[in-house]
Design a protein around this ligand. Structure first.
Ligand code: AMP
Length: 281
């Protein structure tokens, strides 16, 4: 992969990278299409990164339909699918990690200790191997994108981070490889994340700016769904990821919810522009 990447750069081509853990769905494919608008070639990496899973998380059972992934990428005419073996990424004696201080300790970082250190470490390694001019990430993982942007800035990386919108199923559920774990009634219950955010959106459009009240609306919707349990419900400043009491500038409403034992996340971006407000769900 390094040899290919060096050659592409030397030829003056614009290299794009879409890092994934595979089990590709329309969310991933939207990143590929965005990359194809700007880059040639586009490289898609598929690596279920052991270092970003906690000891009691789903690393073992995480879906790995590698042939189906290959077919999807071939369908989009992606020339390079990079699927490194774990033993090559983390050979015996591997000792280095990258962590972004301060932004990764709350929310996902608090619920999943060590997760972001695993993410930033693998993303930096992938950037070093593929040397992309642009790398594409989904806003679905809003805190992850914020940390990766910070890492790119702090470490003077030669890769520009591009953030793409959340792709959802027709009923609003954000696409995720983990949705495959949802059985029977759980699939219907899982729409509670979208339903909660949509209710908050409705209130914001009606003029509500009190973040505490909006968080209450989110929490109430989730509590009304018997199969769901909130892990966290927060409204934070999109830059600092610290909680806010009123919406201002750019804020994110962030949700992590268990449906059965499946942990799902979702979010909504609210940006004030003068007197108007734009809401991305
Ligand atoms: P993953 O394979 O879950 O690590 O995700 C790989 C990339 O796809 C990450 O940048 C995710 O944010 C992005 N992604 C996952 N699901 C979606 C979605 N529903 N819409 C947009 N991007 C997504």
């Amino acid at each position: 992969m390094k040899q290919v990447a060096r050659k592409m750069r030397a030829e003056g081509r614009v290299v794009g990278l879409v890092p994934t853990m595979g089990a590709l769905h329309e969310g991933h494919l939207s990143l590929v299409r965005a990359a194809q608008q700007q880059c040639q070639p586009v490289v898609v990496s598929v690596f279920v990164n052991p270092k970003q899973f906690g000891p009691n998380e789903d690393f073992e059972k995480y879906p790995r339909p590698i042939e189906a992934d290959r077919a999807l990428l071939e369908g989009l005419q992606v020339p390079y699918m990079f699927v490194p073996p774990a033993a090559e990424m983390y050979p015996n004696g591997f000792r280095t990690s990258v962590s972004v201080e301060g932004l990764g300790e709350r929310l996902e970082g608090r619920s999943r200790p060590g997760h972001f250190r695993g993410v930033t470490t693998i993303v930096l390694k992938l950037f070093e191997i593929v040397q992309p001019h642009f790398a594409y990430f989904g806003r679905k993982d809003a805190q992850q994108v914020r940390l990766i942007r910070q890492m790119a800035r702090d470490l003077n990386l030669d890769t520009e981070i591009v953030v793409c919108p959340i792709v959802r199923d027709a009923d609003g559920l954000a696409l995720s490889s983990r949705n495959a774990y949802l059985k029977g009634d759980q699939r219907r219950a899982a729409t509670v994340l979208y339903r909660a955010l949509d209710a908050a959106r409705h209130d914001i459009a009606g003029g509500e700016r009190d973040a505490v009240r909006l968080a209450g609306v989110l929490r109430k919707k989730i509590e009304a769904e018997p199969l769901a349990t909130a892990d966290y419900v927060e409204i934070v400043d999109a830059e600092t990821f610290e909680p806010v009491s009123r919406l201002r500038r750019a804020c994110l409403a962030l949700l992590a919810v268990f449906v059965g034992s499946t942990r799902l996340i979702d979010n909504m971006l609210v940006e004030e522009q003068g007197d108007s407000v734009s809401i991305a769900l």
